[in-house]
Design a protein around this ligand. Structure first.
Ligand SMILES: Cc1ncc(COP(=O)(O)O)c(C=O)c1O
Length: 362
């Protein structure tokens, strides 16, 4: 029976490519002739080794990572990275720079502060409700890293270009835009992403770490919270989230083989975002909340003339097969998340619906 699927604009967990879901369904009871489901096989088996090695190889190819990077799969979500980063890299007498661009970067800052680490918040866009990305930031030369959030899922902003940190490695939360476009990996000491937006289901956090960063981990950090534990064992120190890694691998296969890589993905993502922003900019009924030069291509946040209309909009959109358009509870309004698996056609349907709704209500 054909499933009755909606156009899914959820912020995360979010839409996955239909072909990936179908492949999971088809192989679910008998993975690769093993006679077992992927959820039943040993993480020490050759079957799973092939999966994890393929996921690592695809991540390296897609992001054009040199041999000096490790690709790791951790649990605890992106939120656990907020705590692990200062724990692993901020030894006594060292300091780091953080940029505060909204909820998630504020949480990363808080986790360093809880541990009593020395950090400096070198820029913040809190003065304008995080509607922009700070520019011309003065970084500290003695910082051991600079922490950024590449895409601010809740506030709808993103870095169009990463800042020049004068050689200080960037550590970046890429949870909501990883694999949405090519990046210059050499700028980063580490980047990480909860998989559940662009690369898979919830349950695994993708971490890419430059090899030299591993030498900085103090002896006092517990085994499961150390990056070198995962790097030494190809993320198999203990039982990893096998199903989530398997799904992530299939999403990366789709990105490589069907989409054609990150340049092609970026072109599609630009097209989708332009469809929505250009439509809103042409009128006055819908108002994008982020400043134009700081707009996210992944999470388009917008307001309607009043909250009552926003509620009707979200409800009626769902009745028309367009789901997940409610803004985050902390900011209200509306948000359309246009992750990789959201098609151009889905965005066109959304714009068509927005036109109709405006005509009826405006
Ligand atoms: C940018 C960003 N960072 C971190 C998180 C938290 O991720 P997790 O739920 O995997 O801890 C989110 C979740 O939406 C996010 O959007």
């Amino acid at each position: 029976m054909k499933a009755n699927r909606i156009c899914n604009f959820n912020p995360g967990p979010a839409a996955l490519p239909l072909v990936v879901l179908e492949e999971i369904q088809e192989n679910f009871l008998d993975f690769n002739g093993s006679g077992m489901s992927i959820t039943e096989i040993s993480h020490r088996s050759k079957h799973f080794d092939d999966v994890i090695n393929d996921a690592v190889a695809r991540t390296k190819r897609l992001l054009d990572l040199g041999d000096n990077f490790h690709v790791l799969f951790l649990q605890g979500g992106a939120s656990m990275q907020f705590a692990m980063i200062p724990m692993n890299f901020l030894a006594e007498n060292s300091t780091a720079d953080y940029v505060d661009t909204g909820t998630w970067s504020s949480k990363a800052i808080r986790e360093a502060e809880i541990q009593g680490k020395s950090i400096k918040v070198v820029a913040s866009s809190a003065d304008k409700n995080y509607s922009y990305i700070p520019q011309n930031i003065k970084f500290n030369a003695d910082a051991v890293f600079v922490h950024l959030t590449s895409n601010n899922t809740i506030k709808g902003t993103g870095w169009a270009k990463f800042p020049d940190t004068q050689g200080v490695p960037i550590i970046c939360d890429m949870s909501s835009d990883i694999m949405s476009k090519p990046i210059d990996a050499q700028k980063f000491g580490l980047f990480y992403a909860g998989a559940q937006k662009n690369v898979g289901p919830a349950g695994v956090c993708l971490v890419v770490i430059r090899r030299d960063m591993l030498g900085r981990v103090p002896d006092s950090v517990p085994t499961m919270l150390r990056y070198d534990t995962y790097a030494a064992k190809n993320s198999l120190y203990n039982t990893p989230p096998c199903f989530a890694i398997y799904t992530l691998d299939l999403v990366l296969k789709w990105l490589e083989d069907t989409v054609g890589g990150l340049e092609q993905m970026a072109a599609l993502n630009r097209k989708k975002a332009a469809l929505l922003y250009d439509f809103m900019d042409a009128g006055t009924f819908y108002r994008a909340t982020a400043e134009p030069d700081s707009r996210s291509l992944m999470n388009v946040t917008f307001r309607l003339p009043d909250e009552n209309l926003e509620q009707q909009f979200i409800q009626q959109a769902l009745q028309n097969g367009l789901g997940g358009l409610k803004g985050h509870r902390s900011v209200g309004g509306c948000r359309a998340s246009l992750y990789n698996a959201v098609s151009v056609e889905a965005v066109e349907s959304l714009v068509d619906f927005m036109k109709t709704f405006e005509r009826k209500s405006g």
